[in-house]
Design a protein around this ligand. Structure first.
Ligand code: SF4
Length: 522
């Protein structure tokens, strides 16, 4: 556990000032342990109830004892948009005084909270936008029920579906259904956080925090590969950085490029772990009136020119284990084939390609690929997108977190279903799953960096904001007494008995403005 040095601030920091070390002063509860040393204070922000010595931080490093006062170590993050430029670029703080309410948004990053929520949210901010009275309830949610869905743009087979995914040897998730051009992992979740050993829970939590904070994590997949994942970066599979996300499956690639292949090759096979395409047999080739080549390939024929299971999955050609593409060729039907037939074999990314010409005995002989065909292969590569990892955070906000918003929690859920509430995470738009509860999903790359924290219960800490009309907030049983105007929040913080200022820091917002999205102001 590390000690933290802090400097109190008496007001707002200048824009761009490094406020990372400035504390927020929080109210204290009477300690449970009456025998606690007098220089310690008890943090009651989560059930761990750390007893924190003077000059030290609690187990999560989010709260500290500064001169006998419990402080939230990180500053509250504010978003600021530049209306003139129409983007989230930073503007000088002094240039807008007083601050227009529709240019500043208080996020849950660094906002503090209690877990479970037994107090109103730390910030309940009133503002006027477009002549409408609005309110934003701002808190740090503590999520025991949460996971990450990771999309890895690659054809390469990472491991069997349902296989365990490990981090530091601990099971932290599993391989889930592959999507178009991407392998998918489901990581974290309540079972790994709480249902396994203490170490499994801790490693899962740390893995989720790191990925949520846009950092790199190395994972291994049982019976599969080792993969390094980082949001917004290319995956690294078994030490090799992935470059291309395929243009389509083998059949789609045939369809897209059939006209360009025509005349340059007599037969084209696009090798794919899922659907391998064979041009002359494929509907695209038939539409071009191409002569059947007589090529016979392994695998299970699905429909004309579309073959499943031509090889085992792997990290070779088209997500198969193929090193030599001719391994899937069974031969040629002598009735249809002819000497001199030109065959192109390529993968779905164009990274692998080979050219053959049949000799007099209908045996394929490797040959130099003609320039016209080479340019089509290069175009396949050109049409591939950069391979990236995407990380979506899924959190269940339908539990006690709602009590920080309203005395009647189901009303919040109902208001969200009616689209009366805009839910954001660090200002980033959250997608809400249909059905019961409040299950939200957000792209971590749209959230401010370092939005995620942890508590050793174990659980993930993530910012969350609920924005709505003030009249709707009142109607759903919102906590009206702690509602504070934005200007007051900016001047001295809000919601704490001592009224002490909270430290603030600023960031631009790349997202739709949380208070301006319909139907809020529609
Ligand atoms: S883990 Fe953090 S939030 Fe929980 S009691 Fe300790 S310092 Fe407070």
């Amino acid at each position: 556990m590390s000690a933290h040095e802090h400097t109190k601030t008496d007001g707002l920091p200048a824009l761009g000032a490094d406020t990372a070390a400035a504390p927020q002063v929080l109210g204290r509860a009477r300690p449970r342990n009456e025998r606690m040393a007098s220089d310690k204070i008890e943090c009651n922000a989560c059930p761990v109830l750390c007893q924190i010595s003077r000059g030290k931080a609690g187990a999560c490093d989010r709260y500290a004892n500064e001169d006998g006062v419990l402080v939230r170590v990180d500053p509250v993050l504010l978003l600021r948009r530049n209306l003139e430029r129409g983007d989230g670029a930073l503007v000088p703080f002094a240039a807008a005084n007083p601050l227009p309410a529709d240019e500043v948004f208080v996020t849950g990053v660094g906002a503090s909270t209690t877990y479970p929520d037994y107090k109103p949210a730390p910030f309940i901010v009133a503002s006027e936008v477009g002549g409408v009275d609005m309110v934003t309830v701002v808190t740090e949610g503590i999520f025991s029920y949460c996971s990450l869905k990771v999309k890895i743009d690659t054809d390469r087979w990472l491991g069997p579906e349902q296989a365990n995914v490990r981090c530091q040897g601990e099971v932290v998730g599993h391989v889930t259904t592959a999507e178009y051009g991407s392998q998918m992992l489901s990581l974290g979740g309540v079972h790994h956080l709480t249902g396994g050993s203490k170490k499994e829970g801790r490693v899962t939590m740390e893995m989720m925090q790191a990925l949520g904070n846009q950092q790199a994590v190395e994972l291994t997949i049982d019976g599969g590969t080792r993969v390094q994942v980082q949001a917004g970066r290319a995956p690294v599979v078994d030490g090799v950085e992935e470059q291309r996300m395929r243009v389509g499956c083998g059949s789609a690639t045939i369809g897209i490029f059939a006209k360009q292949f025509w005349g340059a090759a007599d037969e084209v096979v696009v090798v794919d772990d899922h659907i391998t395409g064979v041009l002359t047999e494929h509907q695209a080739g038939r539409c071009l009136d191409m002569r059947p080549s007589g090529l016979k390939i392994r695998g299970r024929k699905s429909t004309p020119g579309r073959y499943f299971q031509v090889a085992n999955p792997g990290t070779g050609w088209g997500g198969t284990d193929l090193v030599d593409p001719m391994a899937i060729v069974e031969g040629w039907d002598a009735e249809h084939a002819w000497p001199g037939q030109r065959l192109l074999m390529t993968s779905t990314t164009g990274e692998h390609a080979a050219y053959f010409v049949l000799d007099e005995k209908l045996v394929p002989q490797p040959a130099e690929m003609p320039a016209a065909l080479r340019s089509v292969v290069e175009r396949i590569g050109e049409n591939c997108e950069p391979s990236l990892c995407s990380v979506l955070f899924i959190g269940g906000a339908g539990g006690s977190l709602r009590a920080g918003v309203t005395e009647n929690p189901v009303r919040l859920t109902q208001a969200i279903k009616k689209a009366l509430v805009n839910v954001t995470c660090g200002g980033a738009p959250a997608n809400l799953w249909p059905g019961g509860g409040i299950t939200l999903m957000v792209d971590v790359l749209r959230m401010p960096a370092h939005s995620f924290g942890t508590v050793p219960t174990p659980a993930i800490v993530a910012p969350i904001e609920f924005s709505m009309k003030l009249s709707d907030y009142r109607a759903l049983g919102g906590h009206m007494a702690p509602v504070r105007p934005l200007a007051e929040v900016l001047a001295k913080g809000a919601g704490h008995d001592d009224g002490a200022p909270k430290s603030l820091s600023w960031a631009p917002s790349p997202n739709p403005w949380p208070l301006g999205r319909p139907p809020l102001l529609g």
